[in-house]
Ligand binder design. Sequence first.
Ligand code: MEV
Length: 352
Amino acid sequence: MGKIRASVPAKAILFGEHFVVYGKRALATAINRRLTVVVSSKAESGYHVKIANIPTFGLQLNLEHEKGGREAYPYKDYDNASKAIAYVKKTIEYLEENYEIGGEGVEIEISSEIPLSAGLGSSAATCVATIAALKEYFGVGTDLEGIRKDAHSVEKAVQGNASPVDTAISTYGGYVLIENAEVKRLELAELDLVIGTIGSIPLSMDITKTAEISLKTKRIVEEVKARRETFSSIFEHIFDAADELTAQALRAIEREDFVKLGALMNVNHGLLDAIGVVPRRLSELVKLSQESGALGAKVTGAGGLDKRGGVGSVLALPGESKDRIKVALEIAGALVMDVKTGETGLKTEKFV
Ligand code: MEV
């Protein structure tokens, strides 16, 4: 049997993260950093998961398989550090329940350019690429919408309340607008963005197990829910403002009005701060980007929590100041990526 390679892009939410979980509009884009899954046959029975090269918290995980068998997901003492494993495991269970797959030895090899727990869609990318590769390998479907729905089901099973944003972007690439929980694909011009990621946890933090920061999105979404219940009448206005903001931002991109687009990013960042998802370290990266000449900057994705090390990412629309912004973010300790929006979605190929 041949091998299947499936690769998918990372995502960046431009506007509307968190608010989208409550039916408000969000605009997201695929960016040119990819995660690749290769599925091939293996003499030993069971699923063998090999994670090669996921940039995460300063570690490069290179975890070799030791024993065969259903439960032998091979990782050393990283607890759930490789949360990719949780998503791969759930993906296999889900596919076995819903399709005729399995019964032979399979190797699943994952390599990625997408930092983990950074708000850049690494979980959705893992689900979409693993599902696409396994479905094609076992001949049970290549339809994109089917893959997207399967991946969204797995993501919800692992992390609770998940909007369709991340899995839609990994599958389709380009840009998507989520409106009333419906996914609409959009044709928009390419943007240059700078992303700064805080991926390292300070030694002073009382976090002994990396599991405490994996599945971070789930915890943050739960905290927003609790705060929204406490301040329901105020949060109603904040959520409505976020919805209007996404609509205006979309018009600004269509008209190539980047000054307005940047100003709207700054406002969106303020609303994210109001709902409690901007830790100090990400707040600093946003202020540094703004001071260094960015047209706008904001937290992207789930954001972060100070008590969980403040890890996460910010997005800057650099205008003429790209180099200054990159240097400022690097000096502040961020992993800095120069990215382009609108990257191609899922690509699969057979090879021998
Ligand atoms: C996570 O990338 C974005 C959130 O809006 C959650 C979701 O949309 O599922 C925080």
